[in-house]
Design a protein around this ligand. Structure first.
Ligand code: C2E
Ligand code: CA
Ligand code: CA
Length: 427
């Protein structure tokens, strides 16, 4: 336990009741109180050994509500809703308990989705209501489900965020069902000869009113809700079809040399379970798919969470014959000790580095170092987000072979994108 947590607890408790902490837990003698009804709350406890009686004062004397034992949490209610302790907790025998400081619990609560937070608050209010039916809790705690409520800004904000997220989730589910998504294709161009080598497939959600929802908004929501699994599978399927369409179109034009590749973004959640990875691998291993022309883009962050697991997933995908790119490189503080062990073919330098290139010697040194690192590890380099010719010139002179950005072309429907194959980009 940290000194701060210990001080916190010591300031809250009678020092007389507090025995010496043992092995990271606080010890309470039989009959001493962890807290009393009506106290303010700054921590909860997890009982390590012994038993704690939870009781309330009533007109007829003490009423025992529960007896809690090892592994159970006590004192969390007041910590969550910020109200006074609703009951008294008394050690029944010598009891040890680990302190859960307020800040730790709130850090965990704030990390949860707004829907989970809303459910927690609603459950808390109902629990308080059953424990003290005589108190009108709506006066004290804002009802998260009551549209008229407006007493507590935190609850209000949570309710609004949760409601928006629920609505967006429903809309996203319907859009997947109704096949409302499309792919746009952005060329990845050789900075040496200006030719298009491949495309990145980027998901689009067109809106009936013409205003597309940005993937920057709905992809994170799809990841949070798990809808990225059907959506990601749809993207791969559609991108594989597009690759075939491209070949047919080029063949008709007498130009089918069949070496254009298709990059597809894969979300970290698609790599989380062996089953999901297997699903992707099986799609790539279908007999009519030329997986050697497919590149899977995996963000740096996805590799960081659990590098050993990522290694297994990437090896399985690599075994399909597809190539692998590390996306948004530089944004995730890659563990360089792992980087060389991943079976990666391409490094995509994040747009934020390219944007800072011009007239920025510090930024240039960083990009030059990233390019050297990628080459050292045997990877191709793609610079993302190229918007002006001076960036191309700098990248050319620093051996960056490939680029992608609005300077060459914005993402476009396949019918437009195919024409980029005829072009020879110049800058
Ligand atoms: P990303 O994978 O880094 O994709 C590149 C993003 O940069 C795209 O944004 C692209 O339109 C944009 N971009 C390309 N060149 C330029 C440029 O010169 N300047 C600027 N300012 N932007 C440029 P988009 O299409 O909005 O996608 C945003 C992010 O959404 C993607 O970033 C990717 O993380 C995610 N995403 C898009 N499609 C998919 C998908 O099918 N699956 C998954 N999992 N994520 C996707
Ligand atoms: Ca990408
Ligand atoms: Ca990227």
């Amino acid at each position: 336990m940290t000194d701060t947590a210990l001080n916190l607890v010591q300031s809250l408790l009678y020092t007389g009741d507090l025995l010496q902490p043992q092995g990271g837990a606080l010890a309470f003698s039989a009959g001493s109180k962890l807290f009393e009804e009506g106290d303010g709350a700054d921590c909860a406890y997890m009982i390590d050994s012994g038993y704690v009686e939870i009781s309330k004062r009533t007109e007829c004397g003490k009423k025992v509500l529960a007896v809690l034992g090892p592994g159970e949490i006590v004192g969390e209610m007041a910590l969550i809703d910020g109200l006074q302790r609703a009951a008294t907790a008394t050690a029944m025998h010598e009891t040890t308990a680990v302190v859960i400081p307020r800040q730790d619990m709130w850090a965990a609560i704030n990390e949860a989705s707004p829907i989970v937070r809303l459910i927690l608050m609603a459950a808390m209010r109902r629990l308080r209501g059953t424990q003290s039916p005589d108190v009108n809790w709506t006066d004290e705690i804002d009802d998260p489900l009551d549209p008229q409520a407006g007493l507590n800004p935190y609850y209000d904000a949570t309710r609004l965020t949760a409601a928006n997220q629920l609505r967006a989730r429903v809309a996203l589910e319907a859009a997947i069902r109704n096949n409302e998504f499309e792919l746009a294709y952005q060329p990845i161009v050789s900075l040496i000869d200006g030719r298009t080598n491949g495309f990145e497939a980027l998901i689009r959600w067109p809106n009936p009113n013409g205003q597309a929802v940005s993937p920057g908004e709905f992809v994170p929501l799809a990841e949070m809700t798990g809808l990225i699994l059907p959506l990601g599978a749809w993207v791969l399927k559609e991108a594989l079809l597009a690759l075939k369409s491209l070949d047919r179109i080029l063949e008709k034009r007498g130009k089918g040399d069949g070496n254009v590749f298709m990059s597809v973004n894969v979300s970290p959640r698609q790599l989380e379970s062996d089953e999901n990875v297997e699903h992707l691998a099986k799609m790539l291993e279908q007999p009519d798919v030329d997986s050697s022309r497919v590149k899977l883009e995996i963000t740096e962050q996805a590799l960081l969470c659990d590098p050993k697991k990522a290694m297994v997933s990437l090896s399985r995908l690599k075994a399909t014959g597809a190539s692998l790119a590390i996306d948004d490189f530089g944004t995730g503080y890659s563990s360089l000790s792992y980087l060389h062990q991943f079976p990666l073919d391409t490094m995509k330098i994040d747009r934020s580095f390219i944007y800072r290139l011009t007239n920025n010697p510090g930024g240039q040194r960083v990009v030059a170092a990233i390019i050297a690192l990628a080459h050292e590890l045997g990877m191709d380099v793609v610079a993302e987000g190229i918007e002006n010719a001076s960036e191309v010139q700098w990248l050319q002179s620093h051996s960056c072979r490939y680029g992608q950005g609005y300077l060459m072309a914005k993402p476009a429907p396949l019918s437009t994108a195919v024409d980029y194959l005829d072009r020879h980009f110049e800058w």
